[in-house]
Write a protein of this length. Structure first.
Length: 211
């Protein structure tokens, strides 16, 4: 009975944290004029969640993390936005052009690249929250993670995809939890795989390919 009560209390605390994070995400996205606020706010959500898993960080860390990650988050965010724009454009061109016998091969290659970028996208903010590195190093680390731990990368993508499907089925969840729930679920899963080093002071030097 005590265990059930403890679990229920913890679930309530996590739910309240995610609600607060979603509201902070909205406020600080708007504070940056959306264009410059969206990605730092997303990075701050992941940063607070990482802190919660490590040492019960408070949402008041959000402002500091937003400012701290402002440049890196915007560079990373727009690099991935550009990559997705190119992929969508390639998809449109492939659908409109008649390429003959090579079209199925190019289509399969495009799907493979899209899957690879999807896995990188699902993991990049987790890595950005855990590793104090520049945009180039984070993008490279994300690609290495997908190549070195493909199953883990795919499961992370699946976790995010399931939550987005739940949002589609129950749209009312979006204004309540927004990006906070997929961020928490994906980070918690990756944290549980032990792929991220646990020591807060030494995580810069640990190779991602090692357990």
């Amino acid at each position: 009975m005590r265990r059930v009560l403890t679990w229920h209390t913890r679930a309530g605390e996590v739910g309240l944290l995610l609600l607060k994070l979603h509201l902070l995400w909205i406020v600080w996205t708007l504070a940056g004029g959306v264009v410059l606020g969206l990605f730092p706010a997303t990075a701050a959500v992941y940063g607070v969640i990482r802190g919660e898993l490590l040492h019960s960080a408070a949402p008041r860390e959000f402002r500091r993390l937003w400012r701290q990650e402002f440049r890196t988050a915007n560079v990373v965010g727009y690099v991935f936005a550009a990559a997705w724009a190119v992929l969508l454009l390639d998809r449109r061109l492939l659908e409109s052009a008649d390429l003959g016998v090579v079209e199925p091969l190019l289509g399969a290659l495009l799907w493979l690249v899209t899957l690879f970028v999807s896995c990188m996208t699902a993991n990049i903010w987790i890595l950005a929250a855990h590793f104090d590195e520049g945009p180039g190093a984070l993008v490279r680390r994300s690609a290495i993670l997908v190549l070195a731990r493909p199953v883990q990368a795919l499961v992370t993508l699946l976790v995010v995809g399931v939550i987005l499907c739940a949002y589609y089925v129950v749209p009312g969840l979006v204004p309540v939890f927004g990006v906070a729930v997929p961020a928490f679920a994906s980070f918690a899963y990756v944290w549980g795989t032990a792929v991220l080093p646990r020591a807060p002071g030494s995580f810069h030097d640990t190779p991602l390919g090692t357990p």
